[in-house]
Design a protein around this ligand. Structure first.
Ligand SMILES: Cc1cc2nc3c(=O)[nH]c(=O)nc-3n(C[C@H](O)[C@H](O)[C@H](O)COP(=O)(O)OP(=O)(O)OC[C@H]3O[C@@H](n4cnc5c(N)ncnc54)[C@H](O)[C@@H]3O)c2cc1C
Length: 443
């Protein structure tokens, strides 16, 4: 390779190669470097984050482990102090709007970031800890020794074999390396969604005024009922002088719906509850990317002889209705992978059995605990009733409650519920059953 020396040793001898400098890869490389291991972090883009969509909402607590007081240096757009959940139909919208000043001061809760800035910053932490970042280089396949064991990666560089004692695949959803190692099965559209997003420019003062924000305060709105016949959801959140608006669409249903994702976003942007926020905004970026939403029940095997998988490559993105969190789960699993790899290197056992320590590292933290607890959420959230009928039911119920019927007497709540259920073709016993199921899933 062009950079043959790593921590003073020939690259041919590195302890670990981490493929992909997204949040998972940088966290894994950081943990390995901190443990004194020689590690190469490979990234196909010209810099970490360059291949990623503009931004997202990142929850920072996991960063405490990497950079104490990270909020003093992280490249933030806005600190999220308002978190709204919106349920909509074509003509109605119900918003639960929560605001707290506590999230607007240290240690903060969530922030909007541009991934090009954030990923570069996080990869910089791995480099500061001693990892070697090699960009504009694609890992094209696994390298194996004479006995057939994984022994590094091939790259698209002419001199591109990189030998390593362990490979950590953090190459994102659809990981070719995990597939080659037979950890990740063939792509199954049932467990993937397509995230599509537009970034729209608006002057900062206009954003502040329209969204009720001041200074570096931010808002994140998560939306149910905005994707028509295609199961999924939507979002709208504020950056410094842009807003991000988008939808997440079930891949299996998108194909059958005969609709383009841009049309679904256009519908969301034109909705009377959203359009006033976006008036006069100009398009800066449009992009689409797959998201692994299968959750715990559809995670691949996480390790094999000589290799670990983390982040989206391991299906670690949490998509559970009110939560869509990928970055903090990628960082959490990357840290666990890096620590497990360092332990296995120390123990001199890089077999699958030696690497099973990764599973234990993951179970110790929030990553597998949350995925396991919420394992029923993806199916419930993407179910037909939750997607197509309950938004209308809830909106009709609330519309009934707030409609004044004088001179007729006010209807009782149960009558309103029955009427809303009838209108939206929901049986009350199904509502009750789904309520109990939701109670079990989110207990
Ligand atoms: C539209 C959309 C909105 C989202 N919103 C949010 C949000 O608001 N909050 C949130 O927490 N999550 C969000 N997510 C999910 C989040 O983006 C992912 O869960 C997260 O990025 C996973 O991190 P990762 O490091 O595992 O993978 P990635 O971020 O995908 O990083 C993989 C890296 O590997 C590199 N790479 C891939 N293949 C190779 C190769 N062969 N060789 C070298 N390099 C390679 C890529 O260039 C990339 O840098 C969203 C996703 C989408 C699509």
């Amino acid at each position: 390779m062009a950079d043959p020396r790593v921590n003073g040793r020939a690259a041919a001898e590195v302890d670990a190669v981490v493929v992909g400098a997204g949040p998972a890869g940088s966290a894994a490389a950081w943990a390995l470097a901190r443990a004194g291991k020689s590690v190469v972090l490979l990234e196909r883009g010209p810099f970490p984050g360059s291949k990623n969509l503009y931004g997202g909402v990142v929850y920072g607590r996991i960063l405490d482990e990497i950079v104490p007081r990270w909020w003093e240096e992280v490249p933030v757009q806005r600190w999220v102090v308002r978190r709204s959940t919106m349920v909509m139909t074509a003509t109605q919208a119900l918003t639960v709007d929560f605001r707290t000043q506590a999230w607007g001061r240290p240690p903060y809760n969530g922030m909007t970031v541009y991934r090009a800035d954030f990923d570069r910053w996080l990869a910089g932490k791995a480099v500061e800890a001693g990892a070697t970042l090699v960009t504009s280089t694609v890992a094209t396949g696994l390298l194996r020794d004479e006995a057939g064991r994984i022994a590094g990666v091939r790259t698209d560089r002419p001199d591109g074999d990189l030998r390593a004692r362990i490979v950590i695949a953090c190459d994102g959803v659809n990981s070719f390396l995990a597939k080659e190692a037979r950890l990740l099965p063939r792509t199954n559209p049932e467990h993937l969604t397509l995230g599509v997003k537009e970034v729209l420019a608006l002057p900062r003062e206009v954003i502040d005024e329209r969204f009720g924000l001041r200074g570096d305060e931010g808002l994140d709105i998560e939306i149910l009922g905005c994707t028509g016949d295609i199961p999924g959801g939507g979002f709208l959140y504020t950056n410094g002088d842009t807003v991000s608006v988008g939808v997440v669409l079930s891949l299996a249903h998108l194909g059958k719906a005969g609709k383009r994702p841009e049309e679904v976003i256009a519908g969301l942007k034109a909705h009377p509850a959203i359009a006033p926020y976006l008036r006069g905004a100009t398009l800066k970026e449009y992009g689409a990317h797959l998201i692994p939403e299968g959750g715990y029940n559809h995670m691949p095997a996480l390790y094999t002889d000589g290799m670990l998988v983390a982040g989206d490559a391991a299906g670690m993105c949490l998509a559970a209705g009110i939560w869509l969190e990928g970055v903090n789960f990628a960082i959490g699993s990357g840290l666990a992978a890096g620590r497990a790899a360092a332990k296995a290197l120390d123990a001199g056992d890089l077999s699958a059995s030696g690497l099973s320590v990764y599973q234990r590292e993951l179970e110790k933290g929030f990553v597998l605990a949350n995925h396991e607890r919420l394992r029923g959420a993806p199916d419930l959230v993407l179910s037909e009733r939750v997607q197509r009928r309950y938004p209308g039911l809830v909106a009709d119920l609330v519309e009934g409650m707030f409609t004044v019927t004088d001179p007729k007497p006010k209807p009782g709540l149960l009558a309103l519920l029955r009427r809303a259920a009838r209108r939206n073709d929901v049986k009350l016993r199904h509502l009750l059953a789904d309520g109990l199921r939701g109670g079990r899933v989110f207990r």
